[in-house]
Design a protein around this ligand. Structure first.
Ligand code: DX5
Ligand code: ZN
Length: 224
């Protein structure tokens, strides 16, 4: 199995008054990517940050900025997030009628294109779009908040999507309720990018490296 394990701390669980320092802290602590949750109070019942904040954070880390857009409509904002320094821009399959257009636009803007599925959205939603995605995000909670419980029913969907993406350069990402306990399950099902918010940003800055290492080693010690 050659797929890389990628740990992506979600800034949603960080101290928003110290975002730049928090990005530097998880960068130093061993984060592979930085996961940035953008919420609009419409597609999801919470509001977070916009492209100006992503741009301001860009100078704090050279790691991949993995921008998860939970906004609808989304197309009018893609250019702003790409221009702000996003490396990956992920849109939700449920966020609009023309998701194919959104994915094409993201690639035209020079970013990797991600497609997210809510827990209640079937795998079939990505099947016609497999040639247009670089990453598929299987939400393992209903998006909107950190600290929610992992939904195990998503594991079967991950397995199915992994079977469709064998041989393609497509990452499978999970987001929500990822801890050292759930990480081995999603890895075994076929996910390779693990977003973790509350499991990383707890115990203060000095604990971040151990928190990230705990998720990583939980996978590495159970991986076959
Ligand atoms: C939820 C967000 C997640 C969130 C995960 O809508 O997309 O990225 O930060 O938080 P935890 O890891 O605490 O479940
Ligand atoms: Zn997210």
């Amino acid at each position: 199995m050659t797929r890389p394990l990628i740990i992506a701390p979600s800034l949603l669980a960080s101290d928003f008054a110290r975002l730049g320092e928090e990005v530097r802290a998880v960068d130093r602590a061993g984060a592979d990517w930085i996961h940035i949750d953008v919420m609009d109070g419409h597609f999801v019942p919470n509001i977070t940050i916009g492209p100006a904040v992503v741009k301001a954070l860009r100078r704090h880390s050279d790691k991949v900025f993995d921008v998860h857009l939970m906004i609808a409509p989304v197309d009018a904002y893609l250019e702003a997030f790409a221009g702000a320094g996003a490396d990956i821009v992920t849109v939700h399959a449920e966020a609009g009628a023309h998701v194919h257009r959104s994915l094409q636009t993201i690639r035209e803007l020079g970013c990797r294109a991600g497609l997210a599925l809510n827990p209640g959205t079937p795998a079939a939603a990505v099947e016609p779009l497999l040639g247009d995605v670089d990453l598929i995000l299987c939400m393992t909670v209903n998006p909107g908040f950190g600290g929610q419980a992992f939904i195990p029913a998503v594991l079967d969907k991950i397995r199915l999507i992994r079977s469709w993406t064998e041989g393609r350069n497509v990452d499978i990402e999970v987001d929500g309720g990822i801890t050292a306990a759930t990480a081995p399950k999603v890895w075994e099902a076929g996910a390779n990018v693990l977003v973790a918010g509350s499991a990383v940003f707890r115990g203060g800055e000095d604990a971040y490296a151990a928190n990230i290492a705990a998720v990583r080693s939980a996978v590495e010690t159970t991986a076959v």
